[in-house]
Write a protein that binds this ligand. Structure first.
Ligand code: BTN
Length: 257
């Protein structure tokens, strides 16, 4: 294990810093399948990812050396696969708790786990679970936070943001990494203790456009809906003019932004 400044019990105690890698999630997945047993809480961080991956096969763009791109190895064998969405909740809450003192009231989590500041995305999460039988053998929680990046490619400029753009100053990447890891560990331990019903409410309270009537789009059709809940399996529960409906990830989009 490498020495570091983390004051956690296990998340980040084994920190592997890479200069450049395809994707920290892919690297960690290869480690999990190829090598000796890996300590739970191992964190792989990279200054640069040349094939950073986002949700639904999107590419994750991050200017090298200016942002946080890292993956955490967890072993939530205590969870049934049908409960795996609680990991999305736990990671979102951990990030939100860590960023809130910096970003303040404009911070939210856009279902299922985009990190938003006002109407811009400042971070994303890609959780990849390895299921074995009726348990989750391993979970790779990949996290990208736009930290010190000042400008974004013109295609992203209206939708992406960073902590630098909020604070007008740089944030130390390792300090922020330790804050996020320690908050994620605290929430994860709560999940592990089985006592996590309060986490669902905390997640709902931080959701972007929760309880606010908003325009959405499904298959090109626009409609208005109000987010009322998120099911235990992660479905978005909406009140619409046709009654309560539930949606899977990528089934609907916010009309804007
Ligand atoms: C998304 O919002 O689409 C998810 C983005 C996740 C990006 C992070 S960066 C670290 C880790 N490695 C990857 O290749 N992706 C995740």
């Amino acid at each position: 294990m490498q020495n570091n400044t983390f004051s956690t019990l296990f998340v980040g105690q084994n920190l592997i810093k890479l200069t450049s890698v395809d994707s920290t999630n892919s690297f960690l997945k290869r480690m999990v399948s190829n090598s000796e047993p890996l300590p739970e809480g191992t964190v792989i961080m990279a200054e640069n990812q040349y094939e950073g991956r986002g949700q639904v096969n999107n590419i994750w763009h991050a200017e090298p050396g200016k942002n946080l791109t890292f993956s955490i190895f967890l072993q939530p064998s205590f969870l049934h696969p049908s409960d795996q969405f609680i990991l999305n909740i736990a990671i979102s809450i951990g990030i939100h708790r860590a960023l809130k003192p910096l970003a303040g009231a404009g911070l939210s989590v856009k279902w299922p786990n985009d990190i938003y500041y006002q109407d811009r995305k400042i971070g994303g999460v890609l959780i990849e679970n390895i299921i074995a039988g009726s348990g989750i053998k391993a979970s790779i929680a990949g996290i990208g936070i736009n930290v010190n990046q000042e400008v974004f490619h013109e295609d992203l400029r209206d939708r992406a943001g960073s902590l630098y753009q909020i604070l007008h100053k740089n944030v130390d990447l390792i300090w922020l990494l330790t804050e996020i890891c320690s908050q994620i560990e605290a929430v994860y331990l709560k999940v592990r203790s089985g006592n996590y019903s309060s986490l669902r409410q905390e997640y709902l309270n931080m959701l972007y456009r929760f309880n606010i009537k908003t325009a959405y789009r499904q298959n090109g059709e626009h409609f208005e809906g109000t987010i009322k809940d998120v099911s235990s399996t992660g479905l978005l529960i909406m009140e619409t003019s046709e009654g309560i409906k539930s949606y899977n990830f990528k089934e609907i989009e916010f009309s804007q932004p």
